[in-house]
Design a protein around this ligand. Structure first.
Ligand SMILES: NC(=O)c1ccc[n+]([C@@H]2O[C@H](COP(=O)([O-])OP(=O)(O)OC[C@H]3O[C@@H](n4cnc5c(N)ncnc54)[C@H](O)[C@@H]3O)[C@@H](O)[C@H]2O)c1
Ligand SMILES: N[C@H](CO)Cc1c[nH]c[nH+]1
Ligand SMILES: [Zn+2]
Length: 430
């Protein structure tokens, strides 16, 4: 049974706060386990990476077999059916078109006293793409990670993807070929993140690691942050659907299950102003569950983390949604734009009854690597901006230095930084 809450309940605030604070990962202490994994990869490089891959992925590798060969990539691409290739290519085109619009422009201008100022954008030199592969495989995530990196002009793109018991979905490799990624390692989890961050004898370190993954991957990214850059925390999937009673309960149930089937730690929430509709959706979820190939995963997610919240009016849903800050937010209501205007925190919003979140997973064009675990309060989905950085530029003439210098000297004096003051004064013969 999912959580059932009604905003009119006396204990609503307490139960809503408990729902928000509930930990969704299973392992008792993911952070401690991940710390040990990262430490061992840092200390022992390839040897640790291979041992951890044997332990967690049941895969025996050597330094020579860790990297996927060109021939394997080629063979995977050749074996892909024309229909699948067409779908991947359509997704690729739409994702590329959308992400090209995100390229920021350099800026250079001269201010009122003639000082030249500006910003110049350059691509991050090397990035690591994490493509999940534990319990499902994600060719679509290859495109979502790689396309913005390519659009930004990243020179070296290294991709990691776990191959559980040696199985690597050929479509992941086909998608990599379409996206132009050829440095691929069949490793995953926290050990892959550590290898990308610190390097091993076989894998050169990268400057930034991006991509979604399970709780271990998310914790590893948090822990290596600072040594390398990361995009954001894109952990177990989430959806919040705000729906009025005029929806088909089966449609909404399907949307809730589309996230639940990702992971037992995924979370699907419905907020509605119609109690009878809420009951119909709950029944529809139970009915559809048994038809899914990943029924066990979806059922566990729905039972442990799913929630149905009944509010008095749809406008009451907005502040609750902002507190949840969901990865995905569907607005299946008569006037989605009006409701959207009142909302602040969500990784991605899907407007109207005909925009299921799943379109955004695959072919909408926007990115499906999105902030989870309430981090949409302060971060955004993956974009071209994650693969570039900005350098500010200043250029002064002697006259402008004379004009601005004395104030800089004064500020250096009050900060007690003599060398700072001298660096300016010496040029002004002071
Ligand atoms: N937020 C997003 O943008 C987004 C996009 C796609 C997928 N996802 C999420 O990505 C996740 C994919 O998870 P997954 O598990 O299928 O693949 P994964 O690749 O993230 O994780 C698999 C790895 O986890 C490690 N692992 C598993 N159990 C472990 C343990 N007990 N101790 C240490 N390491 C362990 C293994 O090393 C394995 O290689 C799901 O939660 C899904 O919801 C999120
Ligand atoms: N819904 C996932 C993001 O949370 C992305 C995905 C990939 N494939 C299917 N779905
Ligand atoms: Zn999905």
């Amino acid at each position: 049974m999912p959580w059932r809450l009604a905003s009119t309940d006396e204990d609503f605030e307490d139960r809503f706060a408990t729902l928000l604070g509930a930990k969704r990962e299973q392992a008792a202490d993911v952070d401690a386990a991940v710390r040990a994994i990262i430490d061992s990869v840092r200390a022992e490089g390839d040897a640790a990476l291979l041992a951890l891959t044997r332990r967690f992925d049941q895969l025996e590798l050597t330094p020579a077999t860790m990297r996927v060969t060109e021939a394997e990539i080629e063979a995977a691409y050749e074996a892909t059916s024309p229909d699948t290739l067409e779908a991947l290519n359509l997704a690729h085109r739409r994702i590329a078109a959308h992400h090209r619009r995100q390229l920021p422009a350099d800026d250079r201008y001269t201010d009122a006293i003639g000082v030249e100022l500006g910003s110049r954008w350059t691509a991050v030199e090397s990035v690591g793409l994490y493509v999940p592969g534990g319990s499902a495989s994600y060719p679509s995530s290859v495109l979502m990670n790689a396309v913005p990196a390519k659009v930004a002009g990243v020179e070296r793109i290294a991709m990691v993807v776990p191959a559980m018991r040696g199985a690597l979905n050929p479509l992941v490799l086909a998608a990599a070929k379409i996206a132009g990624v050829s440095e691929i390692y069949r490793i995953g989890g926290a050990q892959a993140v550590a290898a990308l961050a610190y390097g091993t004898q076989t894998i050169a370190p990268v400057a930034k690691i991006v991509g979604p993954g399970n709780a271990f991957v998310a914790a590893a990214k948090r822990q290596v942050f600072g040594h390398v850059g990361i995009d954001m925390i894109a952990g177990p999937s989430e959806v919040l659907v705000i729906a009025d009673g005029d929806n088909d309960p089966d449609w909404i149930a399907a949307d809730l299950l589309a996230q639940a089937e990702h992971d037992t730690a995924a979370q699907s929430i419905l907020i509605t102003d119609d109690l009878a509709f809420a009951d119909r959706v709950e029944t529809a979820v139970e009915r559809q569950l048994s038809t899914l190939s990943r029924a066990e995963t979806a059922a566990a997610s729905w039972r442990d983390h799913g929630a149905i919240i009944v509010v008095e009016a749809l406008s009451d849903a907005a502040p609750l949604s902002d507190r949840i800050a969901p990865e995905h937010l569907e607005l299946a209501v008569a006037d989605p734009e009006a409701l959207f205007a009142t909302l602040r925190n969500a990784g991605a919003v899907f407007l109207g009854r005909h925009t299921p979140e799943v379109i955004g997973d695959y072919v909408g064009g926007s990115n499906h690597v999105l902030p989870t675990a309430r981090s949409a309060r302060f971060s955004s989905g993956l974009s071209v901006l994650d693969f570039v950085k900005r350098t500010s530029v200043l250029k002064l003439s002697a006259g402008q230095l004379r004009e601005l210098g004395p104030a800089a000297i004064e500020l250096a004096r009050v900060e007690g930084l003599d060398a700072h003051g001298r660096s300016v004064a010496i040029r002004l013969n002071l």
